[in-house]
Design a protein around this ligand. Structure first.
Ligand SMILES: [Cu+2]
Length: 170
């Protein structure tokens, strides 16, 4: 029994340590904004949409907004929010983008705010990097790259969130 407990502990430790996110962490700066670890999930063949995720920290003194951007793999780029409505996951286009107040960090992640890559020109491939830009109302445009994790995966390897985008179409 003791050895089983040891193995379980070891496995738990493996999965709780975000090895991958540390190894692949990458950051960008534009004006007073810091952009942390953009990532996206690989998409199955034939998928027309993909989600992009990252953290934005405003170290400046004025609020700013993520209003648009581009990605190398998609025809269109939108800023979305996913939320629960009567037990049903819904998402909506944020026409005014996402506000980041001074001193605030906003995380785009599965199940919440996200970047929507629409009209995919090619599947997003695991292990690749996808180039793109983010456009902020005040800070302007910045080039970024998304680290690509497996279909349904997340940067830490632990998949806390449901594969929110796998089923939906726009
Ligand atoms: Cu969306």
């Amino acid at each position: 029994m003791k050895s089983i407990a040891v193995v379980v502990t070891a496995i738990a430790a493996l999965f709780s340590i975000p090895l991958a996110s540390t190894a692949f962490a990458h950051d960008y700066k534009v004006g007073g904004l810091q952009i942390g670890h953009p990532w996206a999930r690989a998409t199955p063949n034939g998928a027309s949409v993909g989600g992009g995720y990252l953290k934005i920290t405003n170290t400046g003194t004025t609020p700013d907004r993520l209003v648009s951007g581009t990605s190398a793999v998609s025809g269109r780029f939108e800023v979305h929010e996913m939320s629960m409505d009567n037990g049903v996951m819904k998402m909506r286009l944020l026409k005014d983008g996402i506000e980041i107040k001074p001193g605030e960090t906003v995380e785009l992640k599965p199940g919440g705010f996200h970047i929507m890559m629409l009209d995919l020109k090619e599947p997003i491939k695991e292990g690749a990097r996808v180039k793109g830009t983010l456009v902020f109302e005040k800070a302007g445009s910045v080039d970024i790259e998304y680290a690509i994790v497996p279909v349904g995966g997340s940067p830490g390897g632990k998949d806390a969130a449901p594969a929110a985008h796998s089923g939906h179409q726009h």
